[in-house]
Write a protein that binds this ligand. Structure first.
Ligand SMILES: Cc1cc2nc3c(=O)[nH]c(=O)nc-3n(C[C@H](O)[C@H](O)[C@H](O)COP(=O)(O)O)c2cc1C
Length: 218
């Protein structure tokens, strides 16, 4: 039996010139959204992983890793199950923080903002960009499936593959539980390492008509 492994999503470490990174500049950029677009991978490149922090239903912090599906120049999108804990938490309180760490510990971006559900057309596009393994996972990653004994889980996984023509078959439709969230930021915090001159952060906070920028120690 073929046992698919979880595909790697994280990009390879970026090689940065610490001294010329815009965050180290004496004249830092004024537009954090343009800077985020410069840092993040483009279309066709591996997606970044991030920690999505929410306010739990009991008021305590909650957090987990997801893939950053997309950054369209204004909003950060991730996708998940509509019945998940994070979806319930965001329905109650849309406040969210996203922490994106670059491989090699060269850069970190922390985004604080407000999440809202993405339109179905957008989440369908994101679904079809996912690997066959992750598309299948969106169908079978349910509480009922997780509670089954391992041999049953293997059998049901294999049954699904067979029913859909195997792992290389064309993509199937997204389940109705597939949900996208897009996060509109009100604060972005860019961190860069610099072994020769200390790490440094630029904090951008949205005011009514522009972004306020503050330089902070790393
Ligand atoms: C590397 C990695 C990537 C993941 N990507 C996603 C993702 O894109 N979407 C998602 O819903 N869960 C993803 N997960 C699983 C989540 O971390 C989490 O376990 C799941 O979404 C349930 O979270 P919740 O109960 O807090 O809602 C990923 C986990 C790992 C370790």
């Amino acid at each position: 039996m073929t046992v698919p492994s979880v595909p790697s999503a994280a990009p390879a470490p970026v090689v940065i010139d610490h001294d010329t990174d815009p965050v180290q500049s004496d004249i830092p950029p004024m537009d954090p959204l343009a800077l985020a677009a410069q840092w993040l991978p483009g279309d066709g490149e591996d997606r970044m992983l991030m920690t999505v922090s929410t306010v739990g239903l009991d008021g305590n912090p909650d957090a987990r890793t997801t893939m950053l599906s997309d950054f369209d120049g204004r909003r950060f999108a991730f996708h998940t199950d509509a019945n998940s804990q994070k979806a319930a938490e965001l329905a109650t309180n849309p406040a969210v923080a996203l922490t994106i760490l670059w491989p090699g510990f060269t850069r970190q971006l922390v985004v604080q903002g407000t999440a809202e559900r993405s339109p179905r057309t957008e989440s369908d596009i994101a679904y079809h960009r996912r690997s066959p393994y992750l598309q299948q996972l969106a169908w079978q990653n349910t509480p009922e499936f997780a509670r089954l004994p391992l041999p049953d889980r293997r059998a049901k996984w294999e049954e699904f593959l067979t029913a859909h023509g195997g792992p290389d078959a064309p993509a199937f439709a997204a389940p109705s539980t597939w949900a996208g969230f897009s996060v509109t930021p009100h604060r972005l915090l860019f961190w860069v390492s610099n072994p020769a001159a200390a790490s440094r952060r630029l904090a951008y906070t949205r005011s009514p008509d522009r972004w306020e920028m503050t330089v902070l120690p790393g």
